[in-house]
Ligand binder design. Structure first.
Ligand SMILES: [Zn+2]
Ligand SMILES: [Zn+2]
Length: 201
């Protein structure tokens, strides 16, 4: 398979799997086709579970709190997943680079492709362009989706229009609600300001 210069579709594939986990192995393979992978995968006993582990590991890169932590986590994955780049030509794709060895199992290939794709994405677009949906930061909000920001301006914060709208409504309500004590403070309990008081020592 080919990683474009930005590693875009490998990282989008990872987010798609994280946000909408398939029910079975065929679902995972179908998803790789959707994102442009053409190669065949060697079947193993635990493709589903192994691929789930790859995605959980990737989520620890997503959830890293600083660029340094993100780089450290990603470097550790690349150290064990990626191989020296190799020039290959298969399935009429034309000559391209593989960042992995010959093991063709689903989880093995995805782990290498996703970590290298994520590294390319972060280094070319920016270390911050991978995060959880901002709507999910509000207490009680159910969204845990990952946002891969491939926008031109780099300001995508929500996984979907639905989440953006929900958060906008929430912020609007918070703004139109009177600030706590704001109204009552004008009542009789308000502390009386003594003119000139500030001048006293
Ligand atoms: Zn290939
Ligand atoms: Zn969301």
């Amino acid at each position: 398979m080919q990683l474009n210069p930005y590693g875009e579709y490998a990282v989008l594939l990872a987010a798609s799997l994280a946000n909408d986990w398939p029910a079975d192995r065929n679902g995972i393979e179908a998803r790789t086709r959707e994102f442009g992978m053409t190669m065949g995968f060697t079947e193993t006993d635990n493709d589903l579970g192994d691929t789930r582990n790859v995605i959980d590991e990737w989520l620890s890169i997503v959830d890293a709190e600083t660029p340094e932590e993100r780089a450290r986590t990603l470097n550790a994955v690349m150290m064990s997943a990626a191989a020296y780049p190799r020039l290959v030509d298969h399935d009429d794709e034309g000559w391209h680079l593989h960042y992995r060895d010959e093991n063709q199992s689903l989880a093995h290939v995805l782990r290498a492709v996703i970590c290298v794709g994520t590294a390319l994405h972060l280094t070319t677009r920016g270390m911050h362009r991978l995060r959880r949906c901002a709507a999910g930061h509000a207490p009680g909000d159910p969204c845990t989706n990952v946002v891969v920001d491939v926008t031109r301006n780099g300001r995508q914060r929500y996984c979907s229009v639905r989440c953006a709208n929900r958060d906008a409504v929430r912020r609007h309500r918070a703004k139109s609600r009177p600030a706590e004590g704001g109204h009552r403070s004008r009542g009789p309990t308000q502390e009386v300001r003594v003119p000139g008081r500030r001048l006293s020592p």
